[in-house]
Ligand binder design. Structure first.
Ligand code: NAD
Length: 360
């Protein structure tokens, strides 16, 4: 019997890349446009696996429904899993994900945002299209010789730092687990956050969203930053307290912000809302600043990343149904089978207790 997979929250590009990858796997795929939620969970009946993206919600009730419908695997086509109740899934519904697909895609997008913001390309584009050839107000700054602060030097932060090194900047790094070899090879310096805030002309966020990093960019940290700093966030919206950011944008204290993520993005991002009224006042206010550049969580969106996402997702599913193994299982302790070593009976799996809400 061909393995049947229900995909939720699908867009034309999902179908394009998954259909291409599926030529090597031969799964029976059904693409649903709606997101997975309590209202749509009944659609999972008759499927062996369910495939989700970042805005699908697999909470308690949804997982109960999937288990009742005899779904055997939950396959995330993304790295993050904050949208899945892993407690509810533990031991009942194994969960797999795509831990990495293209750090280059995200790092390169962060650079694109920085260059656009600095040289006002977003404004210049519209002016020239409107036959307005004035360059008043489009003054930028040389990045060469400036100080770029990178917060989070994992896969993406390192690639971003490497690209910025080519611009001839001074690199300041911050990470709770510094990689001093990387710093030495790249002529960079690890420092503490106050120093980075105080001295960086550009700050780019590449750390995960965790309880420690939630709202790390807030009124207090913004106050410490160098006047005119450019803030780039391709990581997670909730790293930044948006209301505090708006306050410093209003005073002109910071030079600008380029954001691929927004703390309340779920309601808006990935959807065409151009015919509706934006009721989110913070999002609406952000969009009024000419030194704020927003993209709709598209940093990952390259052919290479989508190809890798599709291949890894289908490979995860193939390995599970062929060998009964979890490749890229989220709970490495119990492999999603509820047999965690040292887990007291009935207690949550120690691994899934993590509040790690990292990744896109
Ligand atoms: P990674 O796990 O390779 O690196 C994260 C780094 O952050 C690690 O070095 C870790 O030590 C560091 N870190 C953890 N806690 C920290 C803290 N409190 N302060 C400073 N550093 C800390 O992850 P990655 O693949 O480089 O991804 C980074 C982030 O990019 C993800 O967490 C995700 O939020 C985001 N992301 C965004 C998109 C997008 O499309 N916009 C796509 C993929 C990932």
């Amino acid at each position: 019997m061909m393995t049947k997979i229900a995909f939720f929250d699908t867009k034309p590009y999902d179908r394009q890349f998954f259909d291409a990858a599926n030529r090597d796997f031969g799964f029976n795929i059904k693409y649903f446009e709606p997101r997975l939620s309590v209202d749509t969970a009944t659609l999972t009946a008759g499927f062996d696996a369910v495939c989700l993206f970042v805005n699908d919600r697999a909470d308690n009730a949804v997982i109960d429904t999937m288990v009742a419908n005899k779904v055997r695997l939950l396959a995330l086509r993304c790295a993050g899993y904050n949208n899945v109740n892993l407690y509810a899934a533990c031991g009942r519904l194994p969960v797999v994900r795509v831990p990495a697909y293209s750090p280059h895609a995200v790092a390169e997008h962060a650079v694109a945002l920085l260059l656009t913001l600095n040289r006002r390309i977003h404004r210049a584009y519209y002016r020239v299209r409107d036959n307005n050839f004035s360059i008043n107000g489009l003054l930028g700054t040389d990045l060469y010789g400036k100080t770029v602060g990178v917060i989070g030097t994992g896969k993406i932060g390192k690639i971003f730092a490497g690209i910025m090194r080519g611009f001839g900047v001074k690199l300041l790094l911050y990470d709770t687990w510094p990689d001093h070899d990387f710093a030495a090879v790249n002529g960079a310096t690890y420092t503490d956050l106050p120093t980075l805030y105080r001295t960086a002309d550009v700050i780019s966020l590449h750390c995960p969203l965790t309880p420690e990093t939630h709202y790390m960019i807030n009124a207090d940290s913004l106050k410490q930053m160098k006047p005119g700093v450019f803030l780039i966030n391709t990581s997670r919206g909730q790293l930044i307290h948006t209301a505090a950011l708006i306050d410093v944008l209003k005073t002109g204290q910071i030079g600008g912000a380029a954001l691929d993520v927004y703390e309340e993005e779920n309601e808006y991002f990935f959807e065409d809302m151009s015919n509706t009224v934006v009721t989110d006042d913070l999002l609406a206010r952000l969009n009024t600043f000419n030194n704020v550049l927003m993209t709709s969580h598209q940093a990952f969106f390259t052919r290479e990343a989508l190809t890798n996402i599709a291949r890894t997702t289908l490979q995860n599913i193939a390995v599970f149904f062929r060998d009964g193994k979890l490749e890229n299982g989220i709970c490495s302790q119990c492999d999603g089978q509820g047999t965690c070593p040292g887990r007291p009976s009935g207690a949550p799996c120690p691994k899934t207790k993590s509040t790690d809400r990292a990744h896109a």
